[in-house]
Design a protein around this ligand. Structure first.
Ligand code: ZN
Length: 249
């Protein structure tokens, strides 16, 4: 039975859930503003029409629901059975009639939210494995979903903007991306970057003591760039062209 409230009473987790739910509402509003014909227009994700983004985001909720189910029951249910399954599912769902795709998108999100509500404080700590093979507590699904819904709203390319993102989301994105770069720096030979938001007191850097490319702009513009979505509004401290950001995930 669907529950109306969260079982958890952990205030940090409840805040995180709220940010995911706000993102879902923002994303759903942008999907609802699209006519069926507009589903066939390009998105901001290279090679994907809007209908592919919408299929992907809906299926992502289903895949995360498999992890919450795993955490709740202890029965291993991975996000995808095989690497090819994810892409096959996206292609199949993207071919659906727009109305069916809208329903898939809404139902998958409702189901995930319901699964989250039913987890108790101890179940939230149960470990699951992400599609990239990371072992994480199932609470990580909240952030995984949060970044999906907010950023793919912008990818729909019908008016959503990083400028609309709550400040705490922008800050978390900057930390998340730079920490991912730092972890992969040596293995992948990534350069160092210092991000200097003009509307925040402190920079975020992959190497605060070393020589780094310094990129300046609003925190929202920096988050847009760092997540691989363009260089709008940015400049470097030395006036050189703003480089493209390394891969995030
Ligand atoms: Zn995605």
């Amino acid at each position: 039975m669907a529950s109306l409230f969260d079982f958890t009473t952990d205030s940090e987790l409840l805040d995180a859930l709220q940010l995911a739910r706000r993102g879902q509402a923002y994303y759903a509003q942008k999907v609802n503003e699209l006519t069926s014909d507009e589903f066939d227009e390009p998105s901001r994700v290279g090679g994907w029409k809007r209908r592919e983004v919408i299929a992907h985001v809906g299926l992502n909720a289903r895949a995360l629901s498999r992890l919450t189910q795993w955490a709740a029951t202890g029965i291993r249910t991975p996000m995808y059975d095989s690497p090819g399954q994810r892409n096959d599912e996206i292609n199949a769902a993207a071919a659906l009639d727009p109305q069916v795709l809208r329903e898939l998108s809404d139902e998958a999100a409702l189901h995930l939210n319901d699964q989250w509500r039913q987890l108790d404080d101890s179940q939230w700590k149960n470990e699951v494995v992400t599609a990239q093979g990371r072992v994480v507590p199932v609470s990580e699904t909240v952030w995984m979903r949060t970044r999906e819904v907010w950023i793919h709203s912008v990818d729909l390319d019908n008016g959503a903007s990083f400028d609309d993102f709550p400040p705490e989301l922008v800050d978390r994105l900057l930390l998340d991306v730079t920490s991912s770069w730092r972890k992969r720096r040596d293995a992948e030979g990534l350069g160092d970057f210092t991000l200097e938001p003009t509307d925040r007191p402190n920079p975020v850097s992959t190497d605060p003591d070393g020589a780094a490319v310094v990129v300046c702009g609003s925190a929202a513009e920096l988050a847009e760039w760092a997540t691989g979505r363009g260089t709008t509004g940015l400049r470097t401290a030395d006036g050189a062209e703003v480089p493209s950001a390394p891969r995030w995930l």
